[in-house]
Design a protein around this ligand. Structure first.
Ligand SMILES: Nc1ncnc2c1ncn2[C@@H]1O[C@H](COP(=O)(O)OP(=O)(O)OP(=O)(O)O)[C@@H](O)[C@H]1O
Length: 590
């Protein structure tokens, strides 16, 4: 109990509440309207009880009985008023729910947009450490819970407290004894339920975590389905999935048992309260201290009294769970952006003329250098190659040049400006990179190439396809450019996918093009044709080729040999052969 109170007065709780109210600030008006309507609808909902009591006292009990015709007319009038109160309460309730739904959908939308915008600008490192399924869980489960917070923090308690106040005030007016009894029962019940819901909260958190982990694994398995199949691990994965679900179900059952316990306790106390009210009320009627009509009202109110308290307690527990989700949501928003959209960094006003790498070092893991003291430069119109054994750091260097990673020390200067000082969105528009396993979207061939430039017409698209040696393949397809490639290009061969990615890279009309093992899945003829196209188009751009197949880079103006994160040799193909150093060794080992 103390812990629960501590939570509500803790700095973290207050900060989270502040953050929440900042989030819903733009919805002040819609929330106030919704709150007002729900309060009126709720208050109107209590009127029928008062009318019923009045009818019993004034027209049904012998003491107050009036002539029959007069009674019937008055009862009909009161029945009409009761119907009007019910109807008005229902109509206001419907309008309030509609407003609330509009609020929920637009609040949910804005939370989604804000998170999505942020996530898309996060450094690649964030994605290295976060499973995509878990991230999706933040977008679905967490945001849905945050959206419900407005109800839990504002509407439910406000309505519940109002009901509680009206009911207790009325009961107190009739009989302080009965209302004190009610307060006592409610007090005991509240303490018990708070104790039980405190135990439920960690289980809820655990449930969300486990659900997110299951999403993470599902997404991983679907992406790696070929590997699963090729190792015949379907049954093992089914068992793993089942085990995770068993684990999740255990947590669900535990928390549901606790919730059921709370409900049972609630029903039990409700039965005690109803019996006490009936007995106490009947005794008071016999002693002439209460009328039958008043007992009818008190009984009705007693039934109504339970739900507000229960709602407040449930909303306290749901609020805690929602705030945990809000905290996780904010943790992602607090991750530093790679390229803050509002940054006032300089843009490149001309084509890239030079790229100079100065004493650059980089480490993924502290004190374990992946690249050490790299220095070289590249200039427009020339082709460069980066070669070296697997794991020597070639792709990492390409990522650094693109600004996907930040150097631990040293600089990358583009036209003499450090790329850290440049607006990255603008800089990246001057680049094109094709990886060995480049990604294609689930759409048509046309969609995929036009991802780089939406304004390209068919003629330009086909020209790019010719350059990427994929024209003949597209022509052979019944739907040509309109053929669907499937999720991550599942309907294409590895080589076709690479050539489609090359066409997309060519479409970017970049000043600096990086081909990281971009032709590794191609047959020798197509690889040769693409190399030819690359070298033919080198005049206006800087081309950096990363390759294991050294025959594809022998025409490069300069070749850099990387070994264990260091440049150990550089020069043209001929110069390096003459030097009989590491490059020659690589060549001989092919
Ligand atoms: N995200 C990462 N986190 C930690 N270490 C990484 C990460 N990516 C790569 N590495 C490590 O950095 C080193 C260089 O990897 P990199 O991919 O740059 O090598 P490469 O020369 O391109 O290899 P390959 O020719 O096989 O593609 C490797 O030891 C690799 O294990």
């Amino acid at each position: 109990m103390r812990k629960r109170l501590e939570f509500f007065f803790s700095k973290s709780f207050l900060n989270q509440m502040k953050a929440f109210f900042e989030q819903i600030a733009p919805y002040k008006k819609i929330m106030s309207g919704s709150l007002l309507l729900s309060i009126i609808a709720n208050a109107l909902g209590l009127i029928p009880a008062l009318i019923s009591g009045k009818i019993v006292d004034q027209y049904l009990t012998g003491e107050n009985a009036l002539p029959a015709q007069e009674c019937e007319n008055a009862i009909l009038l009161w029945a009409a008023a009761l119907f009007a109160a019910y109807t008005l309460s229902e109509v206001l309730g419907i309008i309030q729910k509609h407003i609330q739904l509009r609020f929920r959908t637009s609040f949910n939308h804005s939370l989604q947009d804000k998170l999505y915008r942020h996530v898309l600008h996060l450094p690649l490192n964030f994605f290295n450490k976060t499973k995509s399924g878990e991230l999706i869980s933040r977008f679905t489960n967490d945001i849905s819970q945050i959206t419900s917070l407005a109800n839990q923090i504002i509407l439910t308690p406000a309505n519940a407290l109002l009901r509680l106040f009206i009911i207790l005030a009325y009961c107190f007016y009739l009989s302080p004894m009965i209302s004190l009894g009610m307060i006592l029962i409610l007090g005991v019940l509240t303490v018990l339920c708070m104790y039980l819901t405190r135990k439920t909260r960690p289980l809820y958190q655990e449930m969300h975590e486990k659900q997110a982990v299951i999403h993470g694994f599902l997404s991983e398995i679907f992406q790696g389905i070929r590997t699963v199949r090729s190792h015949a691990k379907e049954e093992q994965e089914i068992e793993n999935h089942s085990q995770r679900h068993r684990d999740l179900n255990n947590t669900k059952i535990k928390s549901n048992l606790q919730i059921q316990g709370i409900h049972s306790l609630w029903s039990f106390m409700h039965a005690i309260a109803a019996s006490l009210i009936l007995a106490g009320g009947a005794i008071m009627i016999i002693r002439g201290k209460m009328s039958l009509g008043e007992l009818v009202v008190v009984q009705f109110f007693a039934a109504q009294l339970m739900s507000p308290i229960f709602n407040i307690l449930s909303s306290i527990s749901a609020t805690q769970s929602g705030l945990t989700c809000l905290e996780r949501y904010h943790l992602i928003l607090e991750e530093d952006l790679d390229n803050p959209p509002d940054s006032n960094k300089a843009t490149l006003n001309s084509k890239i003329e030079t790229v100079a790498i100065k004493d650059l070092s980089f480490e993924y893991i502290k004190d374990t250098p992946t690249l050490s003291h790299i220095s070289f430069s590249m200039e427009r119109g020339k082709t460069y190659a980066l070669v070296g054994s697997s794991g020597s750091g070639k792709s990492t260097l390409a990522d650094l040049i693109c600004g996907f990673q930040q150097p631990s020390s040293g600089q990358i200067l583009v036209n003499n400006s450090d790329i850290q000082e440049l607006n990255k969105d603008d800089y990246i528009n001057h680049l094109a990179i094709v990886h060995q396993n480049s990604f294609v979207f689930d759409g048509t061939i046309r969609d995929n190439i036009r991802y780089a430039d939406a304004n390209l017409n068919d003629e330009q698209l086909l020209k790019l396809c010719k350059r990427a040696q994929i024209f003949d393949f597209i022509q052979s397809l019944e739907l040509g450019l309109d053929s669907y490639v499937g999720e991550n290009g599942i309907k294409l061969s590895g080589g076709q996918k690479q050539r489609l990615c090359l066409a997309r890279a060519f479409a970017a009309n970049a000043d600096l093009i990086i081909l990281d093992e971009a032709t590794s899945h191609l047959d020798a003829i197509n690889e040769c044709l693409i190399q030819k196209a690359v070298f033919e188009n080198k005049k206006d751009i800087i081309t950096l080729i990363i390759a294991h197949n050294l025959s594809t880079i022998k025409d490069a103006d300069q070749i850099f040999v990387l070994d264990q994160g260091k440049i150990v040799e550089s020069g043209s193909h001929q110069e390096l052969i003459k030097a009989s150093g590491p490059y020659s060794s690589l060549l001989n080992s092919e």
